[in-house]
Design a protein around this ligand. Structure first.
Ligand code: 13P
Length: 249
């Protein structure tokens, strides 16, 4: 009943030419694919090339961040209005790399999320524990805290388009995937917390993606879990064949 989302996070990879080359190869591979939503999130400078390449296809384009103010003196940031001007509706928010390297906090994640939802975007909000937290048995607490703070002062009505990505930080770019069982367990905690905050019906429809070393080889085992409603793919999404294989898990 939940349509899965297979999303690519290209991080700081690819030029416009490489973006066009990717779509030339990727689109024919997934042209018949209607089962899942397919989203590609390139860096901001590659958005025009991606939009032009994917125009009229079954692949949506998303951004990797958005600011909470409508406009203003915020060097290096991008507004909802600017994304909508490009007809971009998906946006990744609170990725662990933003939290780890660029001072993103639960509070700024909340501000970005609130603004994105108010502006009608479909945010993919990332949560996940670091290795020390998992080893200390704190995963559940961390996930609950991240959800509580991210969802603060957001109404269930506004939250309708929300997508969550569970990305255990220890599994990102490390080749260490969470086992399908570990991922499903974390998803269940997130869904329970969303249910507590937004209500059971909302939680039943909430799509929770898994991210962290998703590859063509492990995608189908992950997707076999009922709790897992798609994937947010980094490294393996850069190659058209490999991302297409994940889409078709
Ligand atoms: P990898 O797939 O490269 O581990 O990255 C996951 C990720 O961070 C997606 O947002």
């Amino acid at each position: 009943m939940r349509i899965r989302v297979i999303a690519a996070n290209w991080k700081m990879y690819k030029t416009p030419d490489q973006t066009r080359a990717f779509f030339r190869e990727f689109l024919p591979l997934v042209a018949q694919h209607t089962r899942d939503e397919i989203v590609v999130c390139p860096s901001f400078l590659d958005l025009p090339a991606a939009l032009e390449s994917a125009n009229g296809s079954n692949v949506a384009i998303g951004a990797q961040n958005v600011h909470w103010k409508e406009e203003g003196a915020f060097t290096g940031e991008t507004s909802v209005k600017q994304l909508l001007a490009y007809d971009i509706h998906y946006v990744i928010i609170g990725h662990s790399e933003r939290r780890q390297y660029f001072g993103e906090t639960d509070d700024t994640v909340n501000l970005r999320l609130k603004t994105a939802l108010e502006g009608g975007l479909t945010p993919i909000c990332c949560v996940g524990e670091v290795l020390e937290e998992r080893e200390a048995g704190a995963t559940e607490d961390v996930l609950r805290r991240q959800c509580v703070r991210a969802f603060h002062a957001i109404s269930v009505k506004k939250a309708a388009k929300l997508i969550i990505a569970y990305e255990p930080v220890w599994a990102i770019g490390t080749g260490k995937t969470a086992t399908p069982e570990i991922a499903a367990e974390a998803h269940a905690v997130i869904r329970q917390e969303a249910g507590r905050i937004f209500g059971e019906e909302f939680a039943a429809h909430l799509r929770i993606l898994y991210g962290g070393s998703v590859k063509p080889e492990n995608a189908s085992a992950l997707m076999a879990q009922e709790e897992i409603d798609g994937a947010l793919v980094g490294g393996a999404s850069l190659d058209p064949k490999s991302f297409a294989a994940i889409v078709k898990y």
